[in-house]
Ligand binder design. Structure first.
Ligand code: SF4
Length: 218
């Protein structure tokens, strides 16, 4: 697997926010979002390691103190560009009783990768990202109650588009709204959510609040 970094931190977003979590950040991405905050994971650099699944598993075990911390997130870049290895790693993690989150950018059809023991966080790209045309709309039907659909919102146009998607496709998953860091205030997004009575969760990037926005490996 092409690995950018494996590290222990607190889960910064979504329904597991605040829990210790081992993050496996894979290298490479097929999109280029205007507000990307992980550009370092998109390019090939000297930091990137090519590891076998069993070695990734060993690093996760070491960081989690033999599974004492149960939560693992596989992220990127775009992890599903390495879907075969990701699913293999997922099976090993399940056998070792870890809880598995996969954060994916919404462009890759997930229908062939469905299983009970993986929870997807699908990061739907709204107009301000410049990448909405790449979204796989089929995923909105594929994701389930255990999964999360995340909208990263930069402005009101993004917010209205997210609302349109929710109302048209009625996804079964949990819904998350997150403001683009430094571009939209959480208070403004909170007001919009309450005005529209959306059954969702406002998700702030807690790791940036704690350690600052440019910290890598946190
Ligand atoms: S999908 Fe994620 S890693 Fe890829 S460009 Fe967009 S924000 Fe960056």
């Amino acid at each position: 697997m092409k690995i950018h970094e494996i590290y222990l931190s607190l889960q910064g977003e979504g329904s597991e926010v605040g829990r210790p979590c081992v993050f496996v950040r894979l290298q490479g991405c097929n999109l280029s979002c205007s507000w990307c905050d992980t550009t370092y994971a998109r390019s090939r650099s000297l930091r990137v390691r090519d590891l076998k699944v069993k070695h990734v598993l060993q690093e996760i075990d070491a960081l989690s103190d033999g599974g004492a911390c149960k939560l693992v997130e596989i992220t990127g870049g775009e992890p599903m560009l390495q879907a075969e290895e990701v699913m293999m790693l997922g099976k090993h993690l399940r056998d070792a009783h870890y809880e598995i989150l996969i954060e994916t950018n919404g462009s890759i059809d997930l229908s062939a990768y469905q299983c009970q023991w993986i929870r997807y966080v699908v990061d739907y790209k709204l107009p301000s990202s410049g990448m909405e045309s790449k979204m796989c709309l089929k995923n909105l039907k594929v994701i389930k109650k255990k999964d999360e659909l995340k909208f990263v919102v930069q402005d009101y146009k993004d917010f209205k588009r997210a609302l349109g998607i929710i109302r048209e496709h009625r996804p079964r998953s949990q819904i998350l709204f997150s403001p683009v860091w430094g571009k939209l205030s959480p208070a403004e997004l909170a007001d919009w959510i309450l005005t529209e009575r959306i059954d969702c969760r406002l998700s702030l990037q807690q790791h940036k609040i704690i350690w600052g926005e440019n910290t890598i490996g946190k």
